[in-house]
Design a protein around this ligand. Sequence first.
Ligand SMILES: *Cc1c(COP(=O)(O)O)cnc(C)c1O
Length: 228
Amino acid sequence: MSVTENLATVNELIRESAEKSGRKREDITLVAVSKTVDTARIQEAVDAGQTVLGENRVQEMVAKIPELPHFVQWHLIGRLQKNKVKYIIKKSELIHSLCSFDVAKEIDRLSKKESVITPCLLQINIGHEASKQGLEMDEVDDFIETLAELDSIYIKGLMAIAPQVEDPEDARSYFREMKDKFDSIKERKNVCMKYLSMGMSHDFQVAIEEGANVVRIGSKIFGERIYL
Ligand SMILES: *Cc1c(COP(=O)(O)O)cnc(C)c1O
């Protein structure tokens, strides 16, 4: 199947799941995860109407930006180290993976320098997995408190990667827990809960049914990734 056909299938499935949960296709943002995919193939997705792309590595994202049209919005979805923050300020429309105060301070410092406010999501390690980064659920409120002094960061929601399970139904309780937390966080000066980023190729339909409004989908659009 071509990228164009895959994208059409994914968009249709997103619409179905959105309608199942009383929403519309337009209420859900699709982030097409283009990590390891070459720019010609990514361009195919852009030509088919996909304008939001996600990358998990700073270097890879920064290298691809000049090769694709400038209306593309780039989301950083992977681990962000403090020394890499300087490369993505003003380049990443949304950082999905904030979970360290040191990194937050650096984002804030460089955003001030550039006179911008950088929108971020807080990543939560919903399955308490050692292999994944993220805040524990019970750390989230305190973390938000400590961010209050950083007025050039705008927390716009939460992100999680559900544990890999054979049957996506088994991820449903994790997504539900995320939605409960999302609903419980109160708006304040530098925090609003606009985006709930959860759901990947294997489990996005369940994630949307449980309230995700941002899904990050790679292999179902671009095909299985080959790591060399
Ligand atoms: C790779 C990746 C995805 C997409 O994974 P697929 O299973 O290919 O859809 C989503 N989110 C993050 C954080 C990723 O690193």
